[in-house]
Design a protein around this ligand. Sequence first.
Ligand code: SDX
Length: 429
Amino acid sequence: MTDTTAHLGLGEKKVDLPVKKGTIGPDVIDIGALYKNTGAFTYDPGFTSTASCESKITFIDGDEGVLLHRGYPIEQLAEHGDFLETCYLLLYGELPTAAQKKDFDYRVTHHTMVHEQMSRFFTGFRRDAHPMAVMVGTVGALSAFYHDSTDITDPHQRMVASLRMIAKMPTIAAMAYKYHIGQPFVYPQNNLDYASNFLRMCFAVPCEEYKVNPVLARAMDRIFILHADHEQNASTSTVRLAGSSGANPFACIAAGIACLWGPAHGGANEAALNMLQEIGTVDRIPEYIARAKDKNDPFRLMGFGHRVYKNYDPRAKIMQKTTHEVLGELGHKDDPLLQVAMELEKIALTDDYFIEKKLYPNIDFYSGITLKAMGFPTTMFTVLFALARTVGWIAQWAEMIEDPQQRIGRPRQLYTGEAKRDYVPVSKR
Ligand code: SDX
């Protein structure tokens, strides 16, 4: 893309910085030579104005509410495709042909089992451990079981590790759930599609045949698609930074899971459902809206607002439609939580505070209601987010590893601590 130049003056110093254009979206000012030429750093703690890398995977336009994966709108992928097709697209850059899809599905399906000793690994956890704590620990330990796909310099090992992560996350997530509720682990079934296999591993019991509900399986698959990747969000940036040191892919994904757990990020779906349950009834909504506006009250409307989307999160609209489908199928369309959510959304979207601050419902606002209706406890919501986001983390990690410009990430700082001073013996303090 044609480049232009930004001119920066700092006291006596002047520096010309190259401006790079992307295919779409904002230009970037390459400040790589800034410190060398001016002795100054840039300062952007939340990275609000910082592009950390060049990427071809996902594009977001926060003002227009646009989300593209390799150029394809999320609405079209969610409507017409399935999750493994989206995985192929994110990993390889193109939609698969029928033959490529068949081969990819086969390879993922035949990596879904985990090493049998992992079941003993689980027994080390307390049954009441939060499933996200189990996910962080278990995924981090995968390199102890699959050390034959940890050499990041070997493209074959990188591909095997990517497939293993995508294939095994549902199995590990289901094991975390079964362990949490004291039920026996259920092995994957190779004759089931990805989402159906996951639902069966979570909800089947040895005492009876489990019949997958196709409406729920389709909804689960669509929820995975909606959570697959999202540009350089906090957990993806964590995975990239961990990967930049050469850490193995399993350890990098575990770092991403740890970051996703926070309530400001992937933990918001659990927090949003807990908030709806705390509000309880429509008549209590004004009290909570007032608290959300009160600067002295740390309460925020969970599931609202976004660092990038200053318009409706396109995933939230699809999520809302899926919520109605699932609740309709399960006969919960009068679910009081949904009534509270719909009323809260309606009030918030007409309230000046939310309009002025451009706070719209994000994907986490509706996902919790849907997952609860499907039978998942709130503690599993972020686990499902991590399951789906694994392909995004892996695709972004692989893009970074394969980037010839790639170096270890090492930000600097604005130091505001003490200047140099001499040690004072304790007798003189
Ligand atoms: C995800 O980055 C991603 O892409 C993430 C994600 C993904 O797919 O990876 O999309 C997934 O994490 C979605 C976001 C889920 N988080 C929540 O729903 C938690 C509630 N939301 C907020 O915590 C907040 O909106 C953030 C963290 C999402 C965004 O925070 P920002 O961009 O740092 O915005 P901010 O905190 O500076 O808020 C701007 C203003 C503030 O008021 P002022 O200080 O300017 O007066 O808006 C207010 C905030 O007080 N505000 C809210 C609010 N969110 C922001 N007020 C009430 N309720 C809220 N939810």
